[in-house]
Design a protein around this ligand. Sequence first.
Ligand code: 8X3
Length: 265
Amino acid sequence: MKGKVVFITGASSGIGEGCARKFASEGSDLILNARNIGKLEALKSELEQKYGAKVLLLPFDVRDRKAASDALASLSGRWKDIDVLINNAGLVIGVDKEFEGSLDEWDIVIDTNVKALLAMTRMVVPGMVARGKGHIINIGSIAGDAAYPGGSVYCATKAAVKALSDGLRIDLVDTPLRVTNIKPGLVETNFSVIRYRGDKAAADACYDGIRPLNGDDIALTVYFAASLPEHIQLAELLVMPVNQATATISYRKKINDPDRKSIIK
Ligand code: 8X3
């Protein structure tokens, strides 16, 4: 996708970082958003050196609507003509029951996963409609398909991402624009460390005995959706490790399984 302008939110780690690397390696020009300017700058120099990519950094908190609209208004020249919007920024904090968790933490999760995704869509898509081209790729989750223990609010936000993706596809049905909802299963990123509030051992336990996907794996599927011929709209994609069947059913190799070492890093 040489020369396409690709805007990625939450680009400083995990799936967003994987997407930045993949699209840069394929010749796209990147607008990278995240809060952590240090990580964005390191990624920018890596992508410039490795792939000769053109990279513009737009550091802001996606929950801050004023910062988001100021950042978008600051785009000039061809950077304004965003071809692909990857709404990736998202998180979960805690595994609490719905009647026990922190409303303040859930505000952060809902504001990021739902309201910020909607705001970015609201701000970027009108330009795509005016230009008659564009692709919105939302990073949903297997969590949006069915609730699971300790995931109530997170699952609700990812169900909302599915509804927002489907609704947007309906609203754009008379345009050439495409809308895709990519729904990852087990992906090993910093996501789980935040879910367990910094408890690395608890985060690692999520991937015990199974080879999880990583950000680069999901980036392959995001790039696949984006690079399909323009008359093909990949509406939704559920992507899991080979030994995962549902959000709660995975096959994990036991501690004495000789094959186990092949999946442990
Ligand atoms: C993250 C995947 O399985 O932890 O969206 O819900 S899962």
